[in-house]
Design a protein around this ligand. Sequence first.
Ligand code: ADP
Ligand code: MG
Length: 510
Amino acid sequence: MNRILLVDDEPDILRVLGISLRADGYAVLTASSGEEALGIFARETPELVITDIKMPGMNGIEVLREVKHISDETEVIIITGHGDIDSAIEALHYGASDFINKPVRDKQLTIALKRAQDKIHIKQQLREYTTTLEHKVEAATREIRRRSNFQGKLIRSSNDGIVATDEELRIVIYNPGAERIFGYPQQGVIHRMQIQELYTPEIVDLFVAGVSQENGLKEFPWQETSIVSGNGENIPVRFSGSILHENGRKMGSVAFFQDLREIKRLERELLKAERLAAVGQTVAGLAHGLKNILHGLKGGSYLVDLGIKKDDTAKLKSGWDMIKRNIGRTSELVLDLLTYSKEREPEFEDCFPNEIAADVADLLAEKARESRVEIKKSLDPSISKVSMDPRIIHNALLNLMTNAIDACLFDEDTGKKWQVAMVTTLEDDNSIRFDVSDNGAGMSKEVRERLFTSFFSTKGHRGTGLGLMVTRKLVEEHGGRIEVISAPGRGTTFTIHLPFEAAGERKDKI
Ligand code: ADP
Ligand code: MG
């Protein structure tokens, strides 16, 4: 506090008090009447006013009231004469900070000034506190509002459907994304619907357990499911959710839904495109295969014509052989195509797998002999009658054995003693392993990678490129699997694992 306005109609008092106050370090303004005091006050607004109570014209009480009216912050000390106690009380009533009696003694003045000073100080502090408090509250409110706006915007603009509930599972948030998925307008849902009306029973169960049970899950990871929308449409969605907690108390739930309709549509289109591409590929491969066969037929008929014309039985015979071979290839091709194009459930029946393997070896004995290939059999005697699909075993082994003999035929290392081995092994209680090995040409990595694709053949017009593809399909339909190991120049082993059931068991099931 620096400045004091001193008001008294007696110049002596003004002078004496002024000296004393200045000596104490105050800047002192003086006025000899109430009117003059107010003029100075309005200009200078000193922090403290000391005024005599009895003055001609405007008295001290009026000065006090005016000053307080102009600035409530200013402290006013009243100087009273003897027996002026009523006015003193009135002055206190109007907000004077203190009164001192005439004649003014230094000690009394010091005490009054100290009190006024304290009051001013406290008021100032209070004002600072309240303003900073106001600022703080204002800033915090602004921040909260900003965040809530931001979160609100986030929720509103999210492409995902967001649905949140309170702890009673009443819906409190339902954004436009959710509107698009569920099809109910927002007004009809918030505070109106329960999750039972929106979610599938499984999802409802998750949330009910999560909210009401101690050991219920708190987080539900993404999963695909479908929900029924307001107009009865089944909508594929990805869903995740969690139970919300605050200070360990459950306060609600939130669920996120991603609309998968577009993705599913694209997937369907992709599948269709892939299927079309596959059809195109098949047709191209088929045309190629047929062209090869037609070449063979044409070549054969040319030889037959020549044989008839020249009466040459040798030409006739070789032409006719060529035609027969190509008729055989046609029927193979057609049968393979049929097998491949049809979904077929394996037909289990009681059979002896070792017998089937031996039959296949016999069937190919002639061809093997012609190609100078020795066939070796090693059939596990512990394999007896079981229930399997004998046609699948036959077909698969025939394909593998034919390929094995071909591999020897196509082997450039003519010094080799070619062998093809067929091995059966009882693998465990419910599966048999068939190995077909050869020491023929083997295959490169590129060939191994394309083995099972349609129309892939390295045999030119002598292969259809369908055998292995069909074999794998049959084996897999039978619940088995096929594997291959091969080394170029050394040979190849194909292995099939096929499950079986105990003989006789299957009948009562069918
Ligand atoms: P194809 O016998 O009509 O050519 P496959 O589907 O039966 O058709 O076989 C595809 C290709 O796999 C063959 O052309 C050949 O290159 C290769 N292959 C199959 N089996 C063997 C084998 N045992 N040794 C070497 N290559 C083989
Ligand atoms: Mg083949």
